[in-house]
Design a protein around this ligand. Structure first.
Ligand code: ATR
Length: 270
């Protein structure tokens, strides 16, 4: 019997997840189906209940339902709890709805494996302190960076985010954009500025030849942040690698086998 999965969102027509998971299933010989599922804005819970009834084994969750999925889960994995959001649901045979979050692990996998930049002992700068930044915190910290600086327009939001990781207090610093000093090994744009083709007001001095500058967003052309970072010597990456890697993490949770991602990433770039 084919095991059923889907991605729930609104809108959902643009989602690349079905294509990615179909490629993983083919490469690993797993018998699964994976489709797009449009949930009404006020109908996420009802949609999940229907999927469970219809025998689905799990689902990915995207905008705008990641917080609702967090509240609805009957059990939460540690990284979902730290993220305050859920992007992957596992429907167990015992009737549990397990909530996990693979976004941060996807980001780390893209930085460490695909870009070849180990984070151990490094200086990392995160731009933004919203949901996307929160999701990346624990997976980034677990890699053992020397310092993780959070820069945000609204300082209080960044301070609140830092306070939620007290066991890493000695390694986390919070700054306004203008107060960020020195060059960084990795600079992650986790603001939503790229959506509006805006540039977060980060000083150019954070970038150098050795910097990896990553934008969580992706599109047909480099974001303004990527262009800015590249013009100051940094190596740049968009969010497509993170997307492909978070999907591989979810696939591994569901199927117990982690697919290779290189071919999928290459074909999506074409
Ligand atoms: P997401 O879920 O995408 O993270 P969010 O939780 O609304 O969205 O967070 C958006 C983040 O992008 C915030 O850190 C926001 O900064 P503020 O906390 O000061 O609002 C940041 N952001 C959005 N637009 C920005 C811009 N044009 N320049 C800099 N930061 C921006």
């Amino acid at each position: 019997m084919t095991d059923k999965y889907c991605v729930i969102g609104n809108p959902i027509a643009h989602s690349k997840s079905p294509q990615i998971h179909a490629a993983y299933a083919a490469a690993t010989g797993q018998d699964i189906s994976y489709e797009r599922c449009l949930a009404p804005l006020d109908g996420f819970e009802a949609t999940v209940r229907r999927l469970v009834q219809e025998g689905y084994r799990g689902a990915n969750v995207t905008v705008p339902f990641k917080l609702e999925a967090f509240r609805l889960a009957t059990r939460l994995e540690a990284r979902a709890r730290a993220a305050g959001a859920v992007n992957t649901l596992v429907f167990t045979p015992e009737g549990e709805v397990v909530g996990d979050n693979t976004d941060g692990a996807g980001l780390v996998a893209d930085i460490v494996r695909n870009a070849g930049v180990p984070l151990q002992g490094k200086r990392v700068l995160m731009l933004g302190a919203g949901g996307a930044a929160r999701g990346a915190m624990l997976p980034l910290l677990l890699e053992g960076p020397r310092e993780l600086v959070i820069a945000n327009r609204t300082l209080a939001t960044a301070e609140a985010l830092a306070r939620d990781f007290p066991e890493y207090a000695g390694r986390i610093a919070v700054r306004g954009f203008a107060q960020v000093e020195g060059a960084f090994d990795v600079v992650v744009n986790a603001t939503s500025a790229s959506l509006a083709a805006d540039l977060p007001p980060v000083p150019a001095s954070v970038f150098c030849q050795e910097t990896l500058a990553l934008d969580m967003m992706y599109g047909n052309k480099p974001t303004v942040y990527m262009a800015f970072a590249a013009s100051h010597g940094a190596r740049v990456r968009d969010g497509l690698g993170m997307l492909v890697e978070q999907a591989a993490e979810a696939f591994a949770l569901w199927r117990g086998v982690r697919p290779g991602t290189a071919d999928v990433l290459k074909s999506m770039r074409q």
